[in-house]
Design a protein around this ligand. Sequence first.
Ligand code: FAD
Length: 457
Amino acid sequence: MSVLDNQKYDRIIIGGGISGLSASIKLAEAGKKTLLLESQNELGGKIRTLSLMGALTEEGPDELIIGYKKFDELLMHANIFDELIYPETSKFYIFARNKLRIFPESLISGIPSFNLNNIYNFVTSGLLSSKGYARTILEPLFRIKNFKDDLSVKELFEEKFGLEFTKNVIDPLFGGIMGADISIISAKSYIPYIFQVAKAGKSLSFYFSKKRGNRHFNISSTLNGMYGVIVKLKQYAEKNGVKIITGKTVKSLEYVNNKWNISTDIDSIKCSKLILAVPSYIAAGFVYDFDKKLSSLLSSIKYTDISVVNLVYKNYSVKLHDMISGFLMPSNSGFKLRGCTLMSRKWAYAKIKDHELIRCFLNRNSSKSEDFYVQSAAEELTQLGITTGYPEYYAVKIWDAALPIYTIGYSELIKKINEIIPPNIYLAGAPYNGVGVASSGISGIEAAEKSLSESTD
Ligand SMILES: Cc1cc2nc3c(=O)[nH]c(=O)nc-3n(C[C@H](O)[C@H](O)[C@H](O)COP(=O)(O)OP(=O)(O)OC[C@H]3O[C@@H](n4cnc5c(N)ncnc54)[C@H](O)[C@@H]3O)c2cc1C
């Protein structure tokens, strides 16, 4: 007998990443009988903690951002707050003017702040030439000409702070984190708070000098790595009655007699309300047969591919003496590396006796093998003066479609999707509400809330 038979659910969620899991909890807390279907054998989606030589490391995210009220509440309900740990260092480098340089704290959100200490900290960082610093500091005099409905992160920063600041600071900071080209990332959707201030014709430097103190976000994880968050959320979801089935791939959806019929290879189940917490290109496949336009809009959300290489070195092979958490690289550096986390310096769970654990991100090229990424990462770490020799051990994870990219015009695209989405289907996850773990979780919570508010059951 199929595992899906003879059951009635108020809501079915497809996709057991952080967004689907968060949605399931919200629904169960509201008393709804909820089923969560996940194709992999484990929940978590992009959240994947790996055991390596007795320590832990990450194949996906390593940072859980605390400070988003809706998601913090969920973590509190699941008793995760008590288990949170924080990085042992938050300093990092960026590669600018041919070497790795400490990223000044005064630039943390990417905007130079105008108080004397911060200006000193910035202009002595070595990130820019004197001409570059002068142009950056003159930002209040520059307004964006012909402000359009949207523009790229590159255009916004070039017009406000000049070419050199954009190339040396913004490209590695935003492009390096996303593994994407800042000339296609939408400023309106990716950095809405900065976009709105620039649109109002205000100085970003002055505005964020004043506002900086108001933001309270912290980076965290658990002693069991990021998967520790999934374990606790799963326990809490099940305690509240969520039925979780893993290893179950949904193949198609059909709307029959006011119900959604959800089919896998071997069985099917009906439900009146669905949350699709899968990547947008998977959701596009689900709706293709009955709504080609929606399918095409969902397919047009772009993704970036990333290779993650975890490398374990003997202590003596690591030449870096600063206590830093990692570094970011610009797109035009000539290196394949886009970023690197020094896991064993940053996280308590990633320490290996007499060794250092380094995690590298490289842009993915589909024709290349795992060995290519290991070799490129190892060679480039040596070139950058971080290591010598070859790692003792490594693990590679290649993510096709790792992160959605909010390209220019993204907010219009989402508006159109929301206008034509069929009744009783709700979208959740990184493609829709912010790419991070917390934002994806919130997107799940909000999809659940929407389904509850429109509910007649
Ligand atoms: C390398 C990397 C590093 C990152 N670093 C950070 C970081 O440090 N901090 C941060 O905040 N964010 C980070 N992110 C982003 C963040 O991890 C993700 O955006 C977020 O976890 C996405 O969650 P989600 O639920 O939207 O999607 P996913 O995690 O992709 O979950 C979707 C789920 O749907 C399932 N599924 C797909 N198809 C089907 C089907 N047909 N039937 C059933 N189930 C299906 C999948 O198996 C998957 O489990 C990183 C991402 C990557 C890849």
